[in-house]
Design a binder for this molecule. Structure first.
Ligand SMILES: NC(=O)c1ccc[n+]([C@@H]2O[C@H](COP(=O)([O-])OP(=O)(O)OC[C@H]3O[C@@H](n4cnc5c(N)ncnc54)[C@H](OP(=O)(O)O)[C@@H]3O)[C@@H](O)[C@H]2O)c1
Length: 318
């Protein structure tokens, strides 16, 4: 991948909520190396990068999210907290509603009242019932509790904080636990010589979690003329089976270790959308478009792993 400068948001204070999760930890690391002044929130205050302030707090109780925003007083609030486990959302719909709908609504109201700019992370899974492709102008059509609660959270954010950015994405990369991402699933198995199943009937447009901050920072500093909803999705629509084979190729493993399978065979709890053809928004001018290429993203993830990035992500939340 060609070089791409990492814009900062003018040295403003950035509160990262859910900094111990998959995306939060990646943002914490990459925003810290871009020179942002970070305040990292995690439930137990144990997500850390050098130089960042730390703040703890469970957001389950009503009012806690607004208190967090008020007490930190950041210029930018990036919400990476969620109940993002699709099957768990089916089993715990009230918890999903609190974290995916009510917390974003509270954050948006508090940001609007206090003059902070909210960046709320959402998902491509707000689509699926209506046929794609999906643009930022397409109406949400979720097919499971996760998608429905995330769509409701988006709507609440846009209503309460019209200057917010709502970013629908689909992520792959390295996580603090080493087990959060589809990339890690394929990588671990194929590099250890194990055969794994890859769905041929689910297609998506993934982006690397370690590249998200570059784009978000650009969108915060450049007016691209779009509204609050942005799609940070990959340039290519591919099946999870094809993605697994690409992972094997980039990491010098045998692509034939990835076996064709289907969602129907897997017996998962929540319905999965077969074709998440969520078309990417225009990138900020100073971001290299190759950032969205799946092969370039995999090369990037391989290169950063070789230079110790997996260890650094794990250290954000030991
Ligand atoms: N992963 C994907 O492939 C993907 C795809 C599309 C969209 N997204 C979106 O990206 C965002 C981040 O997802 P992720 O994959 O990074 O999820 P994740 O790894 O599960 O992280 C979620 C974070 O939410 C925090 N959280 C959960 N319950 C909380 C509570 N009661 N109080 C305070 N914090 C709480 C957790 O904090 P603690 O760790 O401190 O408990 C955790 O850090 C979500 O909005 C998700 O919908 C993810």
């Amino acid at each position: 991948m060609s070089a791409c400068s990492v814009p900062t948001v003018n040295g403003h204070r950035v509160l990262v909520i859910g900094a111990g999760g998959f995306l939060g930890a990646n943002v914490a690391l990459t925003a810290a190396s871009a020179g942002e002044r970070l305040v990292l929130h995690s439930r137990h205050g144990d997500a850390a990068v050098e130089g960042a302030e730390l703040v703890a707090g469970d957001l389950h109780a009503s009012g806690t999210a607004a208190d967090l925003v008020r007490s930190v007083g950041a210029e930018v609030v990036l919400n990476c907290a969620a109940l993002a486990d699709v099957d768990r959302c089916e089993h715990e719909p009230s918890l999903a509603a609190r974290l995916n709908e009510d917390v974003p609504a509270e954050l948006a109201e508090a940001c609007a009242a206090g003059g902070s700019r909210l960046v709320h992370i959402s998902t491509d899974a707000v689509f699926g019932a209506a046929p794609g492709p999906y643009t930022t102008g397409s109406a949400p059509s979720p097919i499971n509790v996760y998608g429905r609660t995330k769509a409701a959270g988006e709507a609440a954010v846009v209503e309460a904080a019209p200057d917010a950015l709502v970013i629908r994405t689909n992520l792959v990369g390295w996580s603090p636990t080493g087990r959060r991402s589809l990339l890690e699933f394929f990588w671990r198995n194929v590099t250890e010589g194990h055969t794994v199943n890859g769905f041929t009937d689910v297609r998506f447009r993934p982006v690397a979690a370690s590249l998200v901050w570059r784009v978000v920072a650009g969108w915060l500093t450049t007016d691209t003329g779009e509204g609050p909803i942005r799609h940070l999705t990959g340039a290519e629509l591919l099946s999870k089976y094809d993605f697994g084979r690409r992972v094997a190729t980039v990491f010098d493993a045998d692509p034939d270790l990835v076996r064709r399978s289907t969602v129907a065979e897997a017996g998962l709890t929540a319905a999965r959308t077969p074709d998440l053809d969520v078309r990417p928004s225009a990138l900020p001018d100073d971001v290299d478009p190759s950032i969205l290429d799946v092969d370039a993203a995999l090369e990037h993830l391989s290169a950063v792993a070789a230079s110790g990035y997996r260890r650094r992500v794990a250290a954000v939340r030991p």
